[in-house]
Design a protein around this ligand. Structure first.
Ligand code: ADP
Ligand code: MG
Length: 257
């Protein structure tokens, strides 16, 4: 009959209520009575890269660590797909947050092969793990190193293995803290582009911390500009770059370039 059909098309038109993949609301963190993260709120959709951009000491890493769950906020809430994972009373432990991490000095395990490094966080049968490892190593063009050890790889190659390892368990969220700052200038742009391509193929929401406007301009769908513990402006890279909201932001963009 017509009525179920009508109901069906209505529900498609309205869509199910969808939540951002990651949402943080009014997060605060104090050290010695000083707010180093001061009322930060953010939403990131799956498939999106948001760059938290700001000068050294403005609270970027502290924000990331609270989302990862290795540090506790003093107030505020964190939601994943609309589900509360952390407030001041309740806390999902870091290992159950389905978050992938990548830091500048987030080293590979030296005693494990490239394959075993990538497989490290994976569950499932041996065959399933092997398939996922091969898929990711192919995506980062490192299949030929599958049985090698980290010390046999260049810095850029190790970085790509680290990315493959972080993405292997299909994290809901990827948190990256200045992941390219240890790399040679010559390599950096290429690795940024490759990383972005790979991130876009995986169904994950990315929060990338950087103090380099150039990196944010290159990689972000959205930039959240942070200073003194606060997000002072947020929007598309072009808009933030061409219309900084105040003099301090203008200075930040022009100092570095
Ligand atoms: P960013 O990553 O933007 O450089 P951080 O989040 O690392 O900034 O640090 C923000 C501020 O908080 C800095 O002034 C830093 O010294 C301070 N801070 C960070 N962690 C601690 C801590 N565990 N104890 C005291 N102060 C801290
Ligand atoms: Mg930092």
């Amino acid at each position: 009959t017509a009525s179920p059909h009508l109901q069906g098309s209505q529900s498609v038109a309205t869509g199910p209520k969808s939540h951002p993949r990651l949402e943080i609301r009014n997060i605060h963190r104090y050290f010695d009575g000083r707010a180093v993260v001061d009322d930060v709120s953010l939403q990131i959709q799956a498939g999106q890269v948001t760059c938290l951009l700001g000068p050294s000491g403005c609270g970027k890493s502290t924000t990331l660590r609270m989302i990862a769950g290795v540090e506790m906020q003093d107030s505020g809430e964190i939601y994943v797909d609309g589900k509360l994972i952390c407030d001041t009373m309740f806390r999902v432990p870091p290992e159950r947050r389905e978050i992938g991490l990548m830091f500048q000095d987030f080293a590979l395990f030296p005693h494990l092969s490239v394959a075993d490094n990538v497989a490290f966080g994976l569950k499932g049968s041996k065959d399933e793990k092997r398939l996922r490892v091969e898929e990711l190593l192919q995506k980062v063009s490192l299949t030929r190193f599958i049985d090698d050890y980290p010390h046999q790889l260049s810095g850029g190659e190790q970085q790509r293995v680290a990315l493959a390892r972080a993405l292997a368990p299909r994290p809901r969220i990827m948190l990256m803290d200045e992941p390219f700052s240890g790399l040679d200038n010559r390599l950096r742009d290429g690795i940024r582009d490759e990383t972005l391509t790979l991130l876009k193929e995986e169904d994950t929401a990315v929060l990338l911390v950087t103090h380099e406007p150039e990196e944010a301009m290159r990689m972000a769908d959205e930039i959240a500009l942070m200073r003194g513990g606060k997000i002072v402006q947020q929007g598309a890279p072009y808009n933030v770059y061409t219309r900084p909201s105040d003099k301090a932001s203008v200075a930040f963009f022009s100092d570095i370039n």
